[in-house]
Design a binder for this molecule. Structure first.
Ligand code: 4NP
Length: 150
């Protein structure tokens, strides 16, 4: 059975597609399934934001084939770990949980890193520099998640 990890942000076009691509690059995908979703449905069916695609490409990752989807409460059954980028995402997801076990699956991505930052900031209104900073944070978090999963 694969361990299943879901990365969640608001739009599923900037941060969580990066998190999906980065974690996939660090784990054995024979044993770990990684997906991403948004708490909102504004961009369903769309590819990631061009700036996320560009920053990923700069780091050798191709995330352009990903397509946006909205978080579904059924994801609580499907996934073992649900990593959220910020506290708004946390409460938006946790309020959909119908039992304590499902609630416990939801964690802030940066928890357990030594970055000293609680949240991955929303880079949507930033330039490419904001996306690069977000990439670095997500990369550090995914490194420790990948180590724990292997
Ligand atoms: P994300 O960024 O949550 O990292 O995908 C956003 C993308 C789109 C919007 C907000 C945040 N939006 O309002 O459309």
């Amino acid at each position: 059975m694969k361990t299943k990890v879901l990365m969640v942000c608001l739009g599923n076009i900037c941060r969580s597609p990066l998190a999906e691509g980065i974690l996939k690059s660090k784990v054995d995908t024979e044993h770990v399934w990684v997906d991403s979703a948004g708490t909102a449905g504004y961009h369903v069916g769309n590819p990631p934001d061009k700036r996320s695609i560009a920053v990923a490409k700069k780091h050798g990752l191709d995330i352009s084939a990903q397509r946006c989807r909205k978080f579904d409460p059924m994801d609580f059954l499907e996934f073992d770990h649900i990593y959220v980028m910020d506290k708004n995402n946390y409460w938006d997801i946790v309020r959909l949980a119908t039992n304590e076990g499902h609630k416990q699956k939801v964690k802030l991505l940066l928890d357990g890193t030594d970055l000293g930052i609680a949240e991955v900031p929303d880079p949507y209104h930033d330039g490419i520099d904001g996306f690069e900073k977000v990439f670095e944070m997500i990369d550090a978090a995914c490194e420790s998640i990948a180590n724990k999963l292997s």
